[in-house]
Design a protein around this ligand. Sequence first.
Ligand code: UDP
Ligand code: MG
Length: 318
Amino acid sequence: MDRITIIVPCYNEEEVVETFYDTLKAALEEVPDVDFRCLFVNDGSVDGTLSVLRRLSEQYEGVSYLSFSRNFGKEAAMMAGLDYADGDAVILMDADLQHPPSLIPEMVEWWRKGYDDVCMKRTDREDEAWFKRTMTGVFYRVLQGFMRYRVQRNVGDFRLLDRRCVSALCLMRESQRYTKGLFTWVGYRKKELPFKVQPRAAGTTTWNYLSLFNLAVEGITSFTTAPLRLTTMLGLFVSMMAIIYMLVVFFDALLYGDPVAGYPTLMTVMLFLGGVQLLSLGIIGEYLGRVFTESKQRPIYLVDEMDGKKLCYRRGRS
Ligand code: UDP
Ligand code: MG
């Protein structure tokens, strides 16, 4: 019998976890020959999520939970889930019922056909605001331009991963995680299935435009150093233009006796160069910042409690 662990990161989801689990349980009954376990990861919720999880895990044998010492973010919560899951495969899904559990039977079917990573592809992006859609499009285009492997579009965290993918993902201990990219990075056989993201069952989303911009920068800086190469090329280009312009001014003054007005040209050039320099410094800074964070080698998350037991940090696990 196959064992599948369902990993559910929860942050302030007290209103929905219980409904979520009921829906999940109903959906799982339709899958034959699979031993499902559900692993909730409480990401430092400040509401009653933890007590709901405690109750669920006492009530149902297939439910266990991890609870963080504070909020570490969804990426860390997923990492913890992958570290602690012991199934032959795992399914990652959100607690807010935006990822419909009714699709699980189909995912399992494809896994049994030999796919290692069954990813769910959103087909409802048209409903989003025009600005968000355009920015998402630009981001994917930029990322793809820099990468040597195919970036998956509109594919999120809702997916089934074979044990092989999970082991590979557990090797990557970077603390600034762009999990979506890591899934692509590990490779293996991927199958994309379409699905529609449901509206949140309750509660509010934690994303806004600023955090999406940050995520985009994170995505690019953690997977490619191409922007650094681009600054080098930009520097070369600007220097070449400067030389050409210098020659023009030189001959203008020598041959035609043009007195060349100073202030406007100087001002334009100075401001332009200042902008280029700040931009390049910013790009270098982004990478330096990443080196700084990664070099500290801090654990990605700290588990406070697991299934009612207080845990202490163990090396190699987090
Ligand atoms: N989440 C988490 N830690 C956080 C923020 C979110 O574990 O710091 C969980 C949250 O409980 C939910 C999932 O990540 O299960 C997706 O979060 P949300 O619904 O806010 O994001 P969206 O669906 O809008 O992408
Ligand atoms: Mg959500």
